[in-house]
Design a protein around this ligand. Structure first.
Ligand code: LLP
Length: 415
């Protein structure tokens, strides 16, 4: 059962025709399905119900407050990577004791804010960062609960930009360095090491790399126990992939079973940080065709959404399924779907088979709920798209469309 479905030849978002939403809210338009978010979170979280666990949704995937609130109401924790994401999570009503803070470059004020909020723990990625957290905690007379992020050197077999658990990546600490750093952590006055963390990459379509990483982390955990550390949490990060085209990632239930099986005899609370698997297929981007243009070798459809709205195709060469909002039986054509931005890299699809598109027609770009709006910019002084949340027949403006004033509102220094 899908909540973005064609009925009588036109695309619906839950109970509402997408064309009606566009009439009201214009394009480019992000549309999210509340029921899909709930279903995905539920499916993921319940996959681990046999073991002690906490699902911390990865805020970077889609950080709209309405989405965070919806998930918080279902009991989700959050994985954050900045003071800004902390601010959002707290504003959305997330329990601070369910917040974990990852990332290689936490600033002193961000550490301070997280300590003041009393988050569950910091996932620490270097020795210098650990010392900084200790110092900030000391100044505040607080104790920082931490995990160290291990880099297990496992190949996640995904796009190089979103692989994180390889030796050459900037993330985490190699095992031997991590051991040294745990020794240091044990001695620091305002640090309490309570966990062990790893995240090997994103859009993984097989369970094996997760299991390889888990094996390494569990071996490492034994060493920490021998050192006398009281490790209570094992954070395995996010990374479970979704279907954009023909990928066949494991279902969360299968993923949950495999991990639970490995962990059932350990006295550890498992933390997971899923982002894409919750948000990716819970959102679409709707765009309008402006013009078509034929050259000697290409058919271009120029649309009103661009790489500033959805950068994934330009940045990673990612595939997003695209289809007309109102189905048509016009003959198929091979086209490039491109935006108005002044860069040849500004495309949503290349050499795509689509029915012939006419100006003013609406196109839906699927699987745009994760890393879509959160990676949007104002490049070419384009106002960012509106985001709306559909729940059955109900519509909420989750973020109003930006207006020109939003483009310049912070730039009044020279007037
Ligand atoms: N935890 C950590 C520490 C992460 O760095 C990430 C993603 C996640 C969790 C969530 O991973 P997910 O479950 O969503 O795969 N912009 C890229 C994806 C970047 C992922 C960065 N880290 C894209 O559009 O494909």
């Amino acid at each position: 059962m899908h909540y973005f479905e064609y009925k009588n030849g036109q695309l619906y978002a839950e109970e509402i025709p997408v064309a009606d939403l566009v009439r009201e809210y214009d394009t480019p338009l992000y549309i999210y399905s509340a029921k899909t978010f709930r279903r995905h979170f539920q499916a993921f979280d319940s996959a681990f119900e046999g073991i002690n666990h906490l699902t911390c949704y990865s805020v970077k995937a889609n950080s709209n407050l309405c989405i965070l609130k919806l998930l918080a109401e279902m009991g989700a924790g959050m994985d954050i990577v900045s003071g800004g994401e902390l601010f959002r999570a707290l504003r959305a009503g997330v329990d601070p004791q369910k917040i974990v803070y990852s990332g290689v470059g936490k600033r002193a004020h961000e550490i301070q804010e997280a300590l003041m909020a009393d988050i569950l723990m910091f996932n620490v990625e270097s020795q210098q960062e650990l010392l900084k957290i200790n110092q900030v905690a000391q100044d505040l007379d607080k104790t920082a609960r931490i995990s160290l992020r291990i880099n297990p050197d496992v190949d996640p077999q995904t796009h190089p930009y979103i692989s994180t658990g390889l030796k050459k990546n900037k993330f985490g600490l190699a095992m031997d360095q991590a051991l040294e750093t745990y020794k240091l952590a044990k001695e620091l006055s305002n640090i309490e090491p309570i966990g062990i963390d790893c995240h090997i990459g994103s859009q993984l379509t097989s369970i094996d790399p997760f299991l390889d990483a888990l094996t390494k982390v569990l071996n490492f955990y034994e060493k920490l126990k021998d050192m006398g550390l009281d490790i209570k949490y094992l954070d395995l990060g996010g990374g479970l992939g979704i279907t954009y085209k023909e990928e066949e990632p494991p279902h969360p239930a299968e993923f949950g079973r495999a991990l639970s099986e490995r962990l059932k005899d350990y006295d550890l609370k498992l933390i997971l940080e899923p982002g894409r698997v919750i948000a990716g297929n819970a959102g679409i981007l709707v765009t309008r065709a402006l013009y078509t243009k034929k050259t000697e070798i290409k058919n271009f459809v120029i649309v009103d959404a661009a790489m500033n709205d959805l950068v994934r195709p330009s940045l990673y060469g990612s595939f997003h399924r695209i289809a007309p909002v109102i189905q048509t039986d016009r003959p198929m054509q091979k086209v490039d779907i491109v935006g108005p931005i002044c860069e040849s890299g500004d495309f949503l699809a290349q050499d795509r088979e689509l029915p012939e598109i006419k100006p003013d027609e609406l196109l839906a770009v699927f699987s745009a709920g994760a890393y879509g709006f959160t990676m949007a910019s104002q490049y070419n002084s384009r106002t960012r798209a509106a985001e709306i949340l559909v729940d059955g027949e109900e519509v909420t403006v989750a973020r109003r469309r930006e207006v020109y004033f939003d483009l310049v509102a912070l730039e009044d220094g020279c007037f």
